[in-house]
Design a protein around this ligand. Structure first.
Ligand SMILES: [Zn+2]
Length: 292
């Protein structure tokens, strides 16, 4: 959820937040018989076609006939308990489909199942990439006390990695700074974003990214909200800032165009799934509130 500084909720729920789950540690020693399994093959999840499409079997469809090993605890919601079930790569399926790209399931699955799907893929990936200790090379085992892998040989504990990235609305009078990455589809523009360097504060990262990508100076940085972006492991941290000086000069590398846009002349914007769009919509609403 994104809040403005007055505490008013903005019209965006973090799509990939699994705040509805409670992690109960230590984990159940055995997988409960009634557990709900999210089947993950490679980076895709198994979908029952529906309608509506769903991660879980209904009254008439049983569990899919798939070899599963191993399963990973995700969390509880009330009496439900969720696990990610790892299916070997290349396993054939019947009845349903493995969707390789979680983002394509936006609007197909319910919002909660959409977040669960992304979470399950992340946790399976975490397990796959930490089977051996990064320090001594011995096999690891999952902790039952927290979400971590333990090396019994040298004692190293490995946690899922989260990479913080800042994203910022830069305002100048009634205009917003929008830019185009060479990776974007034609005409799509968005606000500036970038990863936080080690030993850098979030505010420093905001100043540095805006300066590096567009050459301008900013002031009055304040926090707006955050969104997990598990592709594979980002946490987007959203800010608003005001123009303070300088002329736009792009590097033609990360950014191929940057410019100021008013609310009546906006280009194509990112999809409503993204925090970038939620922040741009926040800025649009801010103008409406002022003039209304
Ligand atoms: Zn080790």
């Amino acid at each position: 959820m994104i809040h403005d500084t007055a505490g008013k909720t903005l019209s965006h729920t973090a799509m990939f937040s699994t705040a509805f789950l409670t992690s109960r540690y230590p984990e159940p020693g055995l997988v409960p018989e009634h557990a709900d399994l999210v089947y993950v093959r490679d980076n895709g999840v198994y979908i029952f076609p529906g309608p509506p499409a769903t991660l879980f079997p209904g009254m008439t469809s049983g569990e899919p006939d798939l070899p599963v090993h191993p399963v990973h605890y995700l969390g509880h919601r009330d009496t439900a308990v969720y696990y990610a079930a790892e299916v070997p790569p290349g396993t054939a399926v019947s009845g349903g489909t493995f969707y390789p790209n979680i983002r394509e399931l936006y609007g197909v699955l319910s919002d909660d199942e959409f977040a669960l799907a992304a979470f399950a893929v992340r946790i399976v990936d975490f397990n796959r990439t930490t089977r051996f200790c990064g320090q001594c090379g011995a096999p690891t085992r999952p902790s039952r006390q927290e979400r971590a892998k333990i090396c019994d040989a040298c004692g190293l504990v490995t946690y899922p990695r989260t990479s913080p990235a800042i994203i910022v609305v830069v305002r100048k009078d009634d205009e917003i700074l929008l830019a185009r990455s060479p990776r974007f589809p034609p005409d799509l523009h968005s606000i500036l974003a970038g990863f936080v360097d080690p030993a850098e504060t979030l505010e420093e990262a905001v100043h540095r990214e805006v300066k590096e990508e567009t050459g301008i100076e900013i002031k009055n940085i304040r926090y707006l909200g955050s969104e997990p972006w598990p592709f594979p492991n980002s946490l987007m941290i959203g800010f608003v800032a005001d123009y303070a000086g300088g002329e736009i000069a792009i590097d033609n590398n990360e950014i191929v165009f940057a410019g100021w846009f008013d609310r009546d002349h906006l280009p194509d914007l990112p999809s409503r799934m993204s925090i970038s769009r939620a922040l741009i919509d926040w800025w649009i609403a801010e103008g409406n509130n002022r003039s209304g």
